[in-house]
Ligand binder design. Structure first.
Ligand code: AMP
Ligand code: MG
Length: 487
């Protein structure tokens, strides 16, 4: 276990130089105070969780103090936003403080979001508000606990600094951890500005640090792109299987590592709705729940375009062709497990599709349906869920297919079925209304609800005593919360 001043830095991205990022010092927040910290994320840095309670912790992660070995930098990138190319983006309100490596030899980027203006702030104020910082913190840690690849969050620090959004709010910072903060948009920036030399440097950097095994392949860059395609297919399959809607799948929010990245107006589905749009500024539904799958491929094509200096177009097209079949395989595998199936049959895809079609417009809670399905035998569980469906006859027909399918799957006890299904079907997810409750309390100065919700979400598959209220469907007020993009 390390103390805060014992972190070891090795700032590999900073060493790429000024073509890639700009030195900027964090602009401190007034009266910093710890809102919440993640013990699990602290462990990634070998930090003793007790250090979160020391004053220096809040000072470090609110811009008041800096390690001598840190080299805070704002990265430059660009990206496709809602389908159109934005030639100049970059860290407008976040700074890469440096890269820390732990005893296991892993490197973690320390990124402080909400750290003030940078050369890439454009019209923005460089700040993040408490509400959005809490949402990013909770989402990162909750996704990770569900087994969905994600950036991580070490802590949220609140403050008294006023920040203007639709109304006056308070500034906060979230300390994000990820093995890399390189986005698809980094490659696009150097490609479209025709900075060929730097683009080659960036590609080498990513290959060497993050895809070293691809070096062994005859075409290392192609192998790396294939791996990126695979990781994205798997990540998005998990989003779809667990009902996660990212909301702003612009290419500047897509990580080169295939991890969930840059949380904005995201949401988990409450009632199942394939057409759900969580971002209320997304009028056309470009990033609706079901569109995430084709958009994943669209984003990979945008990256492929930026990689044409290194890889032939034919090879890129072939690699892109892997995306959908890989997505489908991962998705079906997860959905089979969510249904308690251990074997594969040809018609399983149809079984899943039929179920989702019945759920659509029925007002069935997506998470609780699967959780309850595992509570007892298939026959009892479907009988109990029947009333939730508008098309009961349709559901009965599905239930017959399902029971027969379960019978063919194998003989196992109810306990075995429950244990297996509960291990993949969470009881607790980050519902928007739960986040909203925690945020309202935090805005009034009480951080205990954020902390409790975070605790519950770190063990989403385990029933926790006294935590029933976190496993409930939303009350009426919490059903259709509009999450603003302003954060
Ligand atoms: P996001 O929607 O958070 O992914 O941000 C898109 C771009 O806008 C990135 O370049 C951000 O750094 C920048 N940005 C977002 N909010 C602010 C802000 N309040 N101040 C400065 N830049 C911002
Ligand atoms: Mg972003």
């Amino acid at each position: 276990m390390k103390a805060l001043d014992e972190l070891t830095f090795d700032n590999r991205f900073a060493r790429l130089g000024d073509a890639f990022s700009t030195h900027v010092l964090p602009d401190p927040l007034d009266e910093p105070r710890l809102v919440v910290a993640s013990d699990a994320a602290m462990a990634l840095l070998d930090l003793d969780p007790a250090v979160a309670q020391t004053p220096v912790f809040a000072e470090l992660f609110s811009g008041h103090k800096l390690w001598e070995a840190a080299e805070p930098r704002a990265m430059v990138y660009s990206g496709h936003q809602f389908g159109g190319y934005s030639p100049q983006l970059g860290d407008g309100r976040g700074l890469l403080l440096g890269e820390v490596y732990n005893a296991a030899g892993e490197h973690w980027d320390l990124h402080l979001k909400g750290a003030g203006m940078t050369p890439y702030s454009r019209m923005g104020d460089g700040r993040a508000v408490l509400r959005s910082s809490i949402r990013e913190f909770l989402a990162s840690e909750a996704l990770h606990a569900l087994g969905i690849p994600s950036s991580r969050a070490l802590c949220v620090i609140g403050s008294s600094t006023p920040v203007w959004r639709e109304k006056q709010e308070r500034g906060a910072m979230v300390l994000r951890l990820a093995p890399s903060h390189i986005r698809f948009g980094h490659f696009e920036y150097f490609y479209y500005t025709k900075k060929h030399e730097q683009q080659a440097e960036l590609a080498e950097h990513v290959l060497n640090l993050h895809y070293p095994e691809c070096r062994e392949q005859p075409e290392p860059y192609l192998a790396m792109f294939r791996e990126i395609v695979e990781r994205n297919a798997e990540m998005i399959a998990k989003w779809q299987a667990y009902g996660f809607c990212h909301g702003v799948m612009n290419t500047d929010n897509m990580s080169i590592l295939g991890i969930t990245f840059d949380f904005g107006p995201f949401a988990f589905l409450d009632d199942f709705d394939a057409h759900f749009i969580c971002n209320h500024s997304d009028h056309e539904g470009r990033y609706s729940f079901s569109n995430q799958v084709p958009i994943g491929q669209w984003n990979l094509s945008a990256l492929a375009q930026a990689l044409t200096p290194f890889i032939s177009v034919d090879a890129l097209k072939e690699a892109l062709g892997l995306y959908l079949p890989l997505y489908q395989a991962h998705y079906l595998d997860l959905m089979r497990r969510r249904l308690g199936l251990t074997t594969a049959e040809e018609d399983d895809q149809k079984l899943v599709e039929r179920l989702l079609a019945l759920m659509q417009n029925s007002g069935v809670d997506y998470t609780l349906f699967f959780r309850r399905l595992g509570d007892e035998s298939a026959a009892l569980a479907v009988a109990r869920s029947r009333d939730d469906f508008v098309d009961m006859a349709g559901f009965d027909a599905w239930a017959d297919l399902y029971k027969a399918r379960v019978a063919r799957d194998g003989a196992y006890s109810e306990e075995q079925r429950r244990a297996r299904m509960h291990a993949v079907n969470p009881l607790y997810i980050l519902r928007n209304y739960l986040a909203q409750n925690a945020i309202a309390a935090a805005e009034a100065g009480d951080y205990s609800e954020v902390q409790r919700l975070h605790e519950v979400l770190t063990k989403p598959f385990e029933e926790q005593a006294g935590m029933e209220q976190y496993a409930q469907r939303p009350p009426d007020w919490g059903k259709h919360l509009e999450i603003s993009c302003s954060s």
